[in-house]
Ligand binder design. Structure first.
Ligand code: ATP
Ligand code: MG
Length: 572
């Protein structure tokens, strides 16, 4: 492709509405433009990146035996009502009405559509296992659609769905997808970590996320991993070995009220009462689908809101505001406690459930209860792991300590069991002629998120440094002076040679100054740059520079294609 024939609107200035480096670079490199919040247009370079990544995904999915189909973005609400997700997905669900006032879902995922399809098509165990996938646009009304393609309201996903006759066969199908995922991300130049994850609204029994670990602030998820053994889990699923058990006499003592003037936070109260924070219990009030819930964790822990959300099975969860806290606890913020707290569900963390003689807020300004005991002084509505696991906690699998890193979820895999096949009637006849429910799995990859995620790692002050697998072009040729006939002839010659060799090549044929071309080349991040200038050309040489290195090599014009082919083998 000639630069003059395509459209690469690079920008000099930093864009004010892009917080992340990767988002900034896609805007400045002329890859994307924003149409509305969370809605983007992919310009020619981005279109090529998406195609590159999609092709890797497609090849590996096909190799794993998956069949590509395309399902409609629209789905009648009735199908989503049958599985219950019409009500449980919450505000992320996008819908539209047709001219007959019939509501349709703008799908954010396709379990409903595909299960409905298979239920009508597949009748016998002989047709199973089956794996159907598509690469297609999705809609989700995300609460915070900032961060560019990382969290769009419209985005492209690869979604695959497996149908199996037995649990054993399901495990094989699942493992095939896991293996394919590692191959896909490796070919794209991304090292990923597979972690245990929460299956949330999907309703499965086992789930993994594929995380691309980054050092920047772009990772929206925290991964806890053991530095010694293989334990790794998402924060919303991670557990820990408790190394800070409170040493309190097991004999129950009577509850007592104490004044705690000026002390409201856990630290202030522990200081004031001269006790460790692990002898206190934090009571936090949340609104779960507009109903109040109290979350109780030990004083040295914090509440993990995803764990809490699962514990109460709600759609929307938010910390109560000061007004709501006062309404339900009859006290200002900071003094909430479970004793005498009526009309509020109490979700108790297991570490609290085993405590004796602990300290809680007394639902009265500047007062706390000491020597509180569960069951005697208040009842838990349910006991559920709701506390956050953090860096420095004990590894649950060995004697070592956990470390934390920020990661971007680029893909995930879910074992779905029979949730969808049951509600949509996806049944088959087994070898004995008995009717059985199909066992399902679902598997997603962010086709538009992944390339942007890559840039959180693969960039420098100059701009993008694409891994070869995702680069829109492999080679960029820069003729330094497009008025010099010899330079132009040499450029055209190697441009044609690269095309003949099936290597994606971009020729910067603009009559711009060298500085402008070099800056743009750095910004858009093509892996191999070939510069053709009058001086070297006299000796039959051109300059080759990799985007990922500062070294410049002089190579004979006649040998350039062979040389590039060799060099590329050494790149990511
Ligand atoms: P997240 O926790 O980031 O919201 P998710 O669990 O909702 O992701 P899935 O529903 O499993 O994600 O979607 C599969 C894949 O699609 C994700 O792994 C991610 O790569 C991508 N994805 C999900 N939501 C978005 C979005 N809003 N914009 C871009 N890509 C997305
Ligand atoms: Mg999501």
């Amino acid at each position: 492709m000639r630069w003059s024939q395509t459209y690469i609107p690079t920008l000099r200035e930093n864009q004010s509405d892009a917080e992340l480096v990767s988002h900034q670079l896609l805007l400045r490199g002329g890859y994307i433009r924003k149409l509305a919040s969370g809605v983007y247009i992919y310009l020619p370079l981005m279109q090529r990146v998406i195609e590159k990544f999609s092709n890797i995904v497609r090849e590996e999915m096909n190799a794993a035996g998956a069949l590509e189909i395309t399902m409609s973005v629209l789905c009648p609400v009735e199908v989503w009502q049958k599985t219950g997700r019409y009500d449980t997905v919450g505000k992320e669900l996008m819908t539209m009405k047709d001219r007959h006032d019939h509501e349709m879902i703008l799908c954010g995922t396709h379990e409903e559509t595909v299960t409905n399809l298979v239920a009508g098509e597949v009748k016998s165990y002989k047709q199973l296992p089956m794996n159907l996938y598509q690469i297609q646009v999705k809609f989700r009304d995300e609460i915070r659609p900032r961060f560019g393609l990382m969290r769009g309201r419209e985005f492209v996903m690869k979604d695959a769905y497996t149908f199996d006759a037995t649990v054993e066969s399901q495990k094989v199908s699942y493992q095939k997808m896991v293996d394919a995922y590692f191959r896909i991300f490796k070919r794209a130049g991304l090292e990923v970590l597979k972690v245990d994850s929460d299956s949330g609204a999907m309703g499965g029994s086992n789930a993994h996320e594929f995380m691309f670990m980054v050092d920047t602030n772009a990772g929206e998820e925290t991964i806890l991993y053991c530095t010694d053994c293989l334990y790794a889990a998402n924060e919303e699923k991670a557990i820990f070995r408790d190394t800070n058990k409170p040493d309190i006499d097991a004999v129950r003592i009577d509850i007592e009220t104490v004044d705690t003037p000026g002390a409201a936070t856990i630290e202030e109260v522990s200081e004031f009462l001269k006790v460790k924070t692990n002898q206190l219990v934090k009571t936090l009030i949340y609104m779960a689908d507009e109903k109040p819930v109290a979350a109780l964790v030990r004083g040295d822990r914090t509440v993990n809101e995803t764990k809490l959300k699962n514990a109460v099975s709600c759609v929307e969860l938010e910390p109560a505001n000061a007004e709501q806290v006062e309404k339900y606890t009859k006290a200002p913020v900071g003094f909430a406690g479970p004793v005498g707290l009526t009309g509020v569900r109490k979700i108790v963390d297991p570490l609290v459930a085993e405590m004796k003689n602990f300290i809680v807020g007394a639902n009265e300004n500047e007062k706390h209860f000491i020597d509180v005991n569960i069951d005697r002084d208040f009842k838990a509505s349910s006991v559920f792991d709701i506390s956050t696991t953090a860096k420095g906690d004990g590894c649950p699998k060995c004697d070592s300590t956990l470390d934390a890193k920020s990661g971007i979820e680029v893909g995930n895999t879910f074992m779905l069991g029979t949730k969808y096949s049951k509600s949509l009637g996806a049944k088959f006849l087994d070898a004995d002629g008995k009717e059985q429910l199909m066992i399902m799995g679902s598997y997603g990859i962010g086709i538009t998120r992944t390339p942007q995620a890559a840039l959180e790692k693969y960039s420098d002050e100059g701009g993008i440094v694409w891994p070869v697998g995702l680069a829109p072009y492999l080679v960029e040729i820069i003729p330094l002076n497009v008025k010099d006939e010899e330079i132009v002839a040499a450029s055209e010659k190697i441009y044609a040679e690269f095309q003949d060799a099936d290597i994606d090549v971009l020729l910067d044929d603009r009559s711009e100054r060298a500085g402008v071309k070099f800056n743009d080349a750095d910004l858009i991040g093509i892996p191999v740059r070939i510069t053709i200038g009058a001086k070297s050309l006299k000796d039959g040489l051109v300059e080759v520079k990799l985007r990922s290195s500062d070294d410049i090599e002089k190579i004979e014009l006649a040998a350039i294609v062979q040389h590039v082919k060799k060099v590329v083998q050494t790149l990511k």
